[in-house]
Design a protein around this ligand. Structure first.
Ligand code: PLP
Length: 365
């Protein structure tokens, strides 16, 4: 039996009525960009994450880019980021004219290692971007402590972690700004592109509203060079439906992850969930030095699997030339990680099939 990595049609079939009704509501309203649905979604997401304001934008990439700009990050500034992340984390820093400073990860959580972060701080460092990779919160307390000590800003890249929490606080609402992607594959997902920045600083929220709308807060008056980065009403209406189900969907991901971990912990490194963290398993990522052969074995059996991320950013085109610390753990992880199928609609048979696929590989060795 084939098991695909992700199947978005199952979600639509389950919520079809609610989603269709939400889309019709927007079509009937005749308002399609930055209207009542976006306003309501901004309030609902901010309140869910414990932030004061939400600012809807057109993607997670824009959320990061505009958040850094709104916090006045620019040329001459260094921003600490992991190299083991999706490219948008680093792109956003470059879009602002700032310099990314790549820092190594913890080999078990795949998130930034705070000790390595401290070593990388220079007089030019202005901010840390904490990526909550694969749905597991980054170690926010040590990172916030460093930020307080060295007067740095903390931006959360929570694109993969909607609904995750760290010491009872939802991610996205912890740092100076929290950035979400609503790309269709994300835990809270639209049917197109979308994103949001959360913040509790009112000046940053104002600046974000201006930046997303051509630098304008008053019609045809442009305070600064801005962008067209608006969230549309249909996506916001769909997201409002999904938001009412997100906790239950994340719980389903967690039960799939628990079944995988119980069965696979003896043969591969399985994901960890440090005390105080609530992991939402955007990806279920195992680690083994036999990654290449395991991947071939699973693909032959029709079991979807994917490497996130095969080449760390500091080794790639536009990012090769920037200062970095030793990135040994990042480079090793990129050779050994493998993400197995995970989504809330996997059936118990499919979960068993994936487990059997992995176990049979190790038995046959
Ligand atoms: C960690 C991370 N940051 C940023 C992004 C960018 O989001 P988007 O694709 O909505 O621009 C993504 C997702 O693709 C991501 O996984």
């Amino acid at each position: 039996m084939a098991v695909t990595q992700l199947d978005l049609t199952r979600e639509y079939r389950l919520f079809r009525r609610e989603i269709n009704r939400a889309i019709e509501r927007v079509l009937e309203s005749g308002r399609f960009v930055l209207g009542e649905e976006v306003g309501a979604l901004e309030k609902e997401v901010a309140s869910y994450c414990g932030a004061t304001w939400g600012i809807g934008v057109s993607s997670g990439t824009d959320a990061l880019h505009l958040a850094l700009r709104a916090l006045d990050i620019g040329p001459g500034d260094e921003v600490i980021i992991p190299s083991f992340t999706f490219v948008a984390t680093a792109e956003a820093v470059l879009y602002c004219g700032a310099t990314p400073r790549f820092v190594d990860i913890d080999p078990t959580t795949f998130n930034l290692n705070p000790e390595r972060v401290e070593e990388a701080i220079t007089p030019k460092t202005r901010a840390i971007v904490a990526v909550h990779l694969f749905g597991l919160p980054a170690p926010m307390d040590p990172l916030l402590e460093l930020a307080r000590h060295y007067s740095l800003l903390v931006i959360e890249d929570a694109a993969q972690a909607f609904g995750a929490s760290y010491n009872e606080k939802r991610v996205g609402g912890i740092g100076d700004a929290g950035c979400f992607s609503f790309f269709p594959t994300k835990n809270l997902n639209a049917y197109g592109d979308g994103g949001m920045v959360l913040t509790s600083h009112s000046d940053v929220a104002d600046r974000l509203r201006t930046l997303r709308a051509h630098g304008s807060s008053e019609r045809y008056i442009h305070r600064e060079l801005g962008f067209n980065s608006r969230l549309d009403e249909i996506q916001a209406a769909i997201l409002r439906v999904k938001l009412t189900h997100i906790d239950q969907l994340n719980e389903k991901r967690r039960s799939v992850a628990a079944a995988y971990s119980r069965a696979l912990k003896e043969v591969v490194q399985v994901p960890v969930e440090p005390a105080g963290s609530y992991h939402v398993y955007h990806q279920y990522t195992i680690r083994t030095p036999k990654r290449g052969r395991l991947m071939e074995w699973l693909k032959k059996r029709g079991i979807g699997c994917q490497v996130y991320y095969p080449v760390p950013l500091h080794l790639q085109g536009p990012f090769k030339y920037f200062p970095r610390t030793c990135l040994e753990e990042t480079e090793k992880a990129s050779q050994e990680v493998l993400s197995l199928p995970i989504h809330p609609f996997l059936t118990p048979r499919e979960v068993d099939e994936v487990i059997e696929g992995v176990l049979s590989f190790f038995k046959a060795l």
